[in-house]
Unconditional design. Structure first.
Length: 177
């Protein structure tokens, strides 16, 4: 069961994911981290997150699921950093539009019984402009959220259960985490 989520990157997609989670009835805690403080403050004021994390790694350690909502190269950097501090009870996913480098990194760093799980994802949604202030709980409604999973990955029982839960109910599909 997902009770704590860390959103690393509170721009348009991260803030929208937090808002969509709340709109879908998620009652757990959502911590948000952003490179620039203003994005996190805006996400907090909008109700997309419950708290602003000053340390993204610490917020991730304290969460069940980590949503990486940052540009691709930042996602790859976070993947490297998180692989060293997260364990088999964690699941990481992302919103990146390209998957070759991300799935290669997931293959190398995650998805083994003793490691955190990684579920590469990409919501087919967005706007012409970005930023937390444009966050929208309805952004993902009716949109396809693609997952680039691999049947050969051997996740721990905990991260496999989290991945199944996330795939069934990403932000807006339905409540019932």
């Amino acid at each position: 069961m997902i009770e704590r989520i860390a959103i690393l990157g509170t721009g348009l997609l991260g803030t929208s994911a937090g808002l969509a989670l709340r709109a879908a009835g998620f009652r757990g805690s959502i911590a948000g981290w952003n490179r620039g403080a203003e994005g996190a403050k805006t996400a907090l004021a909008m109700g997309a997150i419950d708290s602003i994390a000053t340390d993204g790694l610490q917020a991730a350690r304290e969460s069940d699921v980590v949503l990486l909502a940052v540009p691709i190269y930042a996602t790859l950097d976070w993947m490297d950093q998180l692989s060293a501090v997260l364990g088999p009870e964690h699941l990481i996913t992302d919103v990146g539009s390209t998957k070759a480098q991300i799935t290669a990194a997931a293959e190398r760093l995650y998805n083994a019984p003793e490691r955190a799980g990684f579920l590469p994802g990409h919501p087919m949604a967005g706007k012409e402009r970005g930023g937390a202030a444009l966050g929208d709980a309805e952004l993902f409604r009716g949109a396809v959220w693609l997952f680039t999973d691999h049947p050969g990955w051997q996740r721990s029982a905990q991260s496999a259960a989290l991945a199944q839960s996330w795939k069934k109910s990403p932000p807006t599909w339905r409540a019932g985490w």
